[in-house]
Design a protein around this ligand. Structure first.
Ligand SMILES: [Zn+2]
Length: 266
């Protein structure tokens, strides 16, 4: 499957160099992820659309409802009113955007470019998170499932679910894609090794949290200070989210409990 990376021009502390969006030329021209409406992104999409035969955008597939992936839909539909916007529903988040979304569901097969993409529901980073797999070429568009050279934030208090995330990684590992195209950072050509390193990283973090709880560290702030010693203050909120996600996973497994904001081993 042919694709062209079109940068969204939104660099920042949580987006790295900015988001990748992907244009698939062919019989069914499709854009994966909507960016944030930066005019340079819309112009980049326009250049790609114009250069391909047919010259019209038919559909924008959105990996999940976070603003850096979805908020550009309004500007894209202003330019291409016939382009459908499609994502898995997440009502609390979707109402932030003035678009009527066509609902996507796990297992859907969507015509895209010169072929078709299989919709793979991969919750964890966000409840509506989707990956799109070209089953013929083994190419997988992975949104925020993985980031080359970094880890993915699981916002424990805002729709993130670590247990679901680990299950999603495991599912993608078993699907065996050949190449991952993430929304941040470069393409990943050895998917199995990065996914395994993610699983190992989360297990190591969980072991650290259990060890700290055993030593009597019992608050989220205490755990952050213990586990992320010396962390830049700007990153502490993200670390709190990550610790929260781990604690919720351990609670769901009945290994720990929370009483008056104090966490204890069972
Ligand atoms: Zn995201």
């Amino acid at each position: 499957m042919r694709y062209e990376l079109i940068p969204a021009h939104n660099p920042g502390p949580y987006t790295g160099d900015g988001n990748n969006t992907y244009y698939l030329p062919g019989a069914t021209p499709v854009l994966i992820d909507a960016g944030t409406g930066d005019p340079r992104h819309v112009d980049g999409v326009a250049a790609a659309v114009t250069a391909s035969p047919g010259g019209a955008l038919t559909r924008v597939l959105v990996t999940h409802g976070h603003a850096d992936h979805a908020s550009g839909i309004e500007g894209l539909q202003a330019r291409w009113p016939a382009a459908a916007a499609a994502k898995m529903p997440w009502p609390e988040q979707d109402r932030d955007y003035a678009a009527s979304w066509s609902p996507l569901a796990d297992g859907d097969l969507i015509p895209a470019g010169d072929g078709a993409l299989r919709v793979v529901h991969t919750p964890g980073h966000a409840p509506d998170h989707l990956c799109f797999l070209d089953e013929l070429s083994g190419l997988m568009f992975t949104g925020d499932l993985v980031v080359s050279g970094g880890t993915v934030m699981i916002p424990g208090s805002a729709g993130g679910d670590l247990s679901a995330y680990l299950a999603s990684l495991d599912r993608v590992l078993r699907l065996g894609p050949d190449r991952l195209l993430p929304a941040h950072g470069p393409a990943i050509d050895a998917p199995a090794s990065i996914i395994q390193s993610y699983l190992d990283h989360r297990q190591a973090r969980e072991d650290q949290i259990l060890a700290a709880l055993r030593r009597g560290v019992d608050t989220i702030d205490g755990l952050v200070a213990r586990i992320y010693a010396g962390l830049d203050a700007a990153l502490v909120p993200a670390a709190r989210e990550s610790v929260t996600a781990h604690l919720e996973k351990l609670r769901s497994e009945h290994l720990i409990r929370c009483e008056a904001d104090r966490w204890r081993l069972n």
